[in-house]
Every structure is written in C-alpha cells, then in structure tokens.
Ligand binder design. Structure first.
Ligand SMILES: *[C@@H]1O[C@H](CO)[C@@H](O)[C@H](O)[C@H]1NC(C)=O
Ligand SMILES: *[C@@H]1O[C@H](CO)[C@@H](O)[C@H](O)[C@H]1NC(C)=O
Ligand SMILES: *[C@@H]1O[C@H](CO)[C@@H](O)[C@H](O)[C@H]1NC(C)=O
Ligand SMILES: *[C@@H]1O[C@H](CO)[C@@H](O)[C@H](O)[C@H]1NC(C)=O
Ligand SMILES: [Zn+2]
Ligand SMILES: [Zn+2]
Length: 590
C-alpha cells in the first residue's frame, strides 16, 4: 500500500499537479493561462506549445502514420482510482498494464492516466484542441510515458510523453452509454481525495466506435504548467459521442468550469495526418515524392478515392489480346473545327489543361451510344530529354512521348452525375510523337527542313496551331494560373490528319484522383505528330516532369478494337493457341 501510493505521488503528482504550491488556474485566480509563463520554471511561453487549432487545409498526409497497437485497452481491470485534483477529473491506471505503440510513435509508451477538459453547465464547449476553429464540447486525454522513463525523465525527452486526444461530442438523444454512466458516477466536488474505482470498464468501452486509423499528429507540450515540451500529440479525427446530459455532469458535479487552455501559436510546426484521415478536397497528390508524399501507390488513401478499384486507367494495351468489335464505328465530331472553342489554358499543377466554352463542342458515334459534350483537353508528358516518354497508356509495353486526353461528359447528365455513372465520361486519348523531320533534325543537327514536304506530311498536324498553343505555356508557369486563348486554334488543327477511325475501346477510370470508374476510353492507334521542340516546351515551361500515372491491372476487362486493326497475327486464333498452351503446360516445352 505504502509502495503504491509513493509511486503514485512520484509519477502523477508531478505531471498534472505541477507546483501545487504556486497555484495556477483556468479562471478566478492570479495565474490564469495568459500568466502561466510567469510561473517558476515554466515553459508555457515557449514555441512548441499545446493545444493548437488544426487547420485541415494545412495538414500534410504522412504515410508513416500507421495503425496503433494498444495493449490492455480492452481490459476491464486497469482503471484504478479517481481524483478531482482541482483542475480536472483524473483517472489513474494500474501501473505497467496498459501500453501504446505504432501510429508513427518511435517507442512503446506506458499509459498512466486519463483526464478531461470541458466547458460549463450552459453547454459552452471546452475541448482544448480545435479543428478549423471548431471547439468540441469536451476532450479526453490518455497520457502515456515512454516505457522505462520516470515522469521527470519523460519531461526532458522531446518525445517522452504521448497523449492521445479524443474529442467528445454531445448526442441529443439515444441511450446513455453504460460505461460512461459508470465513469461519471465518480465525479465529485471533493478535491484531492483519491478514491478507488470499483466498476469494471475498459478504455475501449470509453473510446467506443471511434475509427482509430484517422488521426492528426504534431509535436507539442503539456497543456498545464509547467507546459513541458515533451509531448507527441495524437488527435483522433472522429469524436466519441456521448449523451449531452453526461457532458453537463462534468462541470456540475466537479464544481470546475471551462477547464481548457486557449489554443497556442503553431509557430513553424507542421501538423500531419494519417493516410485514412479525410482532408479537404484539393488536397495535394502528385506523381513523385519530390513534390508531395501522396504518390500514385498511395492515391487510394485519399478521401473518396476509387484509385484501388478494378477498372482503373491507364492500362497497357496488349494488341494480341484485343477483341475486334464491329460496332465500333466512326465518330461524329461537332465543332471540332471551331477556332474559338478554347476558353482558356491553365496550369493545374499536374498538367496543362485547355478548357472549352460550354455546350459547344460535342462528340457522338464511335459505339458510345450517347451524345457527349466536350469539356476540356489536357496532356501527359515525360521529361526534357529527347528520348523521354510520358504517355499514360502503353501499347505492347511501348510508352509514347506524350498523350493528349479530350474529356467529354454525357450530355444528359450533370458533371456530378457523370463522374458517378459507369459511362458518364468518354475520354479520347491520342498519342503524340515527334514528326519524323524533327526527330531527324535532333540527331542530324540540320534545322530548316521540317516544313518541307516529307513522307509523313499527310499525318503531321498543323504546326501553326501547336506553336500558338505552346506559346501560352510561358504565361502559365505559376500554379493555377490561366490565360485566355484569343488565337484561332481548333481541335481539328491540333489533331491534323490522324486516322480517327482506328482505335481501342475499354471501360476504365479517370487517371487522376479520385480515379472515378466512369470513363469509356478510346485510345487511337495512330499518333498525332508534333515538332519535338514544341513537345519539349511542356516540361520546360511548366517545370513538371513525368506527369503520368503508371499502368494499372486489367483485371477481367476486355479491350476491344476497331475492324481496321491491321495487326499481323489473327488475334482470336493466337488467343486460342495461347489458351491451349495454358491448358496443357506439360505437353509443351515452353
Ligand atoms: C494486462 O493487464 C493485466 C492486469 O489487468 C496484467 O496482468 C497483464 O500483464 C497485462 N498485459 C500486458 C501485456 O501488460
Ligand atoms: C521519430 O524519430 C524521428 C527521427 O529521429 C524524428 O524525426 C521524429 O520526430 C520522431 N517522431 C516521434 C513521433 O517521436
Ligand atoms: C508568378 O508569380 C510571381 C509571384 O507571385 C509573379 O511575380 C510572376 O509575375 C508570376 N509569373 C507569371 C508568368 O504569371
Ligand atoms: C463497359 O461496361 C458495360 C456495362 O457495365 C458493358 O455493357 C460494355 O460492354 C462495356 N464496354 C467495354 C468496352 O468493355
Ligand atoms: Zn489534458
Ligand atoms: Zn489525362
């Protein structure tokens, strides 16, 4: 008995009841929060203080914030005692029974106590942390020390203490949760009287159904004097929901009101979030780790993401496995020849996008079955080297230098409906390759012959249109910048004489987050030919390199092809042959 109360005194007294003699308080005494930095040995005026307001649009996703491991959080025998220490209602745990690790923590932490912050009986909220300025009714702090450290040792370790913060939200109706009902039965206004807890509830009973994979992380301090800057903070995104009558019992039965510290300056700190935490849309995703943490393999963690679905794009088109579909007839293009259809050109941070005027350009036919309105076209590319490749689709594993996507929405649907409908969008994909003359020029060095007639001139597009378009790239170097296009450029000018009757067709997705599986894809077999110097302007002027998503698994999809597929081997015959090889692997020496 003596032994355990000594331990209690050493390990807990210091943490929450710091400087019992030099009285501090939240309200109604000399040392209110704005004066805490004047207390002896106080860190409360330093630059790594807690709590903070979490601004979700400034939060960065951190893939290292993996799931937690909790030991004995489900045990109903770990809560030992309750005390009203004059600042909060605190529940002490049995020593060395309860642990936390994982969740991006670098060590195992032993849980020692939990306590609460709240507002008043008039339902003023009293959480310490706020999210985008929103203060919840209450906040629970589960406090753990780095395993093996004393409180004094933990307080001088920059990650010596791990606090798990849970917001508590007030439910208007529904049942009063039984474990919380038990917990609040202890609340008294009698101060500094440690009483044993005799009900049997676990930490998990209190946490309830909160999703423990969604949380914020930052480095901060204790929120009471001496405000030691030793805390790794975890703030869970989802609140615990309890009945509002229970919340009111905290101020009513303890005689303590508004026991929370105001939010502190972030200074230069970054707040991180686990991958599962929903962050505001427009949250950074990118193609490579030099630009952000959320690269293609992690896109499926983004909120509302479909990026791990089974009909994703782009794909590798294995020509021998394509199936001829005679319904893939010619397209009908409306206003593709309009030289004033482009409204503006913009740098999205991921691509260069040409947005078209509304309700003007259309496409139908081509086996689509609907009329589609053309919204925009944009590009995917590689880097600044001459051999660079950056198309999204590949054909028999060959990646082309660039790819142009003309994005169309079913005319009878709103955009919102379209992105949630399996054929709501139709994208026309064109590969782009250098004109032969410019290819030769880059290796031979002779420079003035590329406008002369050459064998492929019938396929070359109108270089004047591409020159006009790419001239704008220098005006949109800044992210999100846009310029109005006044020059005369039509989509037909850009596509030139490329054969638009010969193409592949499959069901796929958007190739950027949220990767909605709403796209009927058309990938044209013949490539558009453009001067290599002009193609090079995309990576040079925007500074973005290799803006393409890796190819995705086909799963059980079929890629169809137009009749005019002049591919050498008869695809179905070869397919059968392959099937035979697979069926009798031991009869053939492969
Ligand atoms: C869990 O708690 C019990 C006491 O309730 C204790 O005997 C046991 O050792 C604890 N388990 C671990 C892994 O610490
Ligand atoms: C974990 O260790 C790394 C490297 O020392 C450090 O940068 C990081 O802040 C630590 N994280 C936590 C939560 O302690
Ligand atoms: C890009 O932004 C910077 C700083 O805001 C500005 O000075 C510059 O003029 C902008 N450049 C272009 C091409 O708009
Ligand atoms: C796309 O999916 C629809 C049904 O979901 C199907 O009717 C259609 O044939 C598919 N098209 C292709 C090209 O696979
Ligand atoms: Zn606290
Ligand atoms: Zn695209």
């Amino acid at each position: 008995m003596y032994h355990s109360s000594l331990l209690l005194c050493l390990s807990l007294g210091a943490l929450v009841k710091y400087a019992a003699g030099s009285d501090w308080c939240y309200n109604g005494c000399e040392h209110t929060p704005s004066e805490w930095d004047h207390l002896d040995g106080s860190f409360c005026g330093e630059k790594r203080q807690s709590p903070i307001n979490i601004i979700t649009s400034h939060v960065e996703m951190d893939p290292n914030l993996t799931n937690f491991n909790f030991v004995n959080f489900s045990s109903r025998h770990v809560i030992k005692s309750y005390i009203n220490n004059g600042h909060t209602a605190k529940y002490t745990l049995e020593e060395n029974t309860t642990e936390v690790s994982g969740g991006g923590l670098n060590a195992t932490y032993s849980t020692i106590q939990f306590h609460f912050h709240w507002g008043d009986t008039e339902y003023h909220p009293g959480s310490e942390h706020t999210i985008d300025g929103h203060r919840y009714p209450m906040e629970m702090h589960i406090v753990s020390l780095k395993k093996g450290l004393s409180v004094e040792q933990a307080k001088v370790d920059s990650a010596g203490i791990a606090v798990l913060g849970f917001f508590i939200s007030a439910k208007e109706d529904g049942n009063v949760s039984a474990p919380w009902g038990d917990l609040v039965s202890n609340l008294t206004s009698i101060k500094d009287n440690e009483v044993p807890v005799n009900y049997k509830i676990s930490l998990d009973d209190l946490i309830g159904s909160v999703n423990l994979t969604k949380f914020y992380r930052y480095m901060g301090s204790l929120t009471t004097p001496d405000c030691s800057e030793a805390v790794v903070w975890t703030i869970f995104h989802e609140p615990i929901n309890i009945h509002k009558n229970l919340i009111r019992l905290f101020p009513m039965n303890t005689g303590l009101s508004n026991v929370f510290r105001p939010v502190q300056d972030l200074h230069k700190r970054q707040v991180f979030a686990s991958p599962a935490t929903p962050l505001p849309t427009g949250h950074p995703w990118c193609y490579d780790e030099h630009h952000c943490a959320c690269t293609p393999p992690l896109w499926h963690f983004l909120p509302d993401s479909h990026c791990d679905g089974e009909r994703q794009s782009p794909i590798d088109i294995v020509t021998k496995k394509t199936v001829i579909d005679e319904h893939l007839d010619a397209f009908t293009y409306t206003k593709f020849d309009d030289k004033h259809a482009i409204k503006y050109i913009t740098n999205t941070g991921h691509s260069v996008k040409c947005v078209l005027k509304e309700d003007m350009v259309e496409v139908s036919g081509g086996g689509l079955g609907y009329v589609y309105s053309t919204l925009q076209f944009h590009f995917h590319w590689g880097d600044t080297s001459h051999e660079s490749t950056g198309s999204e689709h590949t054909v028999d594993s060959k990646r082309y230098p660039m790819e142009m996507h003309i994005v169309n929405k079913r005319k009878d649907l709103t955009l919102d409906e379209a992105i949630n409908t399996p054929n709501g969008l139709a994208v026309l994909g064109f590969f782009i390759e250098p004109t032969d003359s410019t290819k030769i020029r880059s290796s031979s060095g002779s420079s003035s012959e590329h406008h002369e007639t050459n064998p492929t001139s019938s396929q070359a597009s109108d270089m004047e249109a591409w020159t006009k378009l790419t001239k704008h790239l220098s005006d949109i170097q800044n992210l999100s910048s846009e310029v109005i296009v006044t020059e005369e450029i039509s989509i037909d000018d850009l596509l030139g004489n490329v054969n638009r009757a010969s193409y592949y067709r499959y069901n796929g997705s958007l190739t950027t987050p949220s990767c909605n599986e709403a796209v009927v894809w058309t990938v044209f077999k013949e490539s558009v030919k453009v001067d290599q110097d002009l193609m090079m302007l995309f990576p040079i002027q925007t500074g973005h390199h290799n803006v393409f998503r890796p190819t995705q698994s086909l799963h059980n999809r079929t890629i169809y092809s137009t009749m005019s597929a002049a591919s050498a081997p008869e695809p179905t015959a070869l397919f059968l042959l392959l099937a035979c090889l697979c069926a009798f692997p031991f009869n053939f020496h492969l």
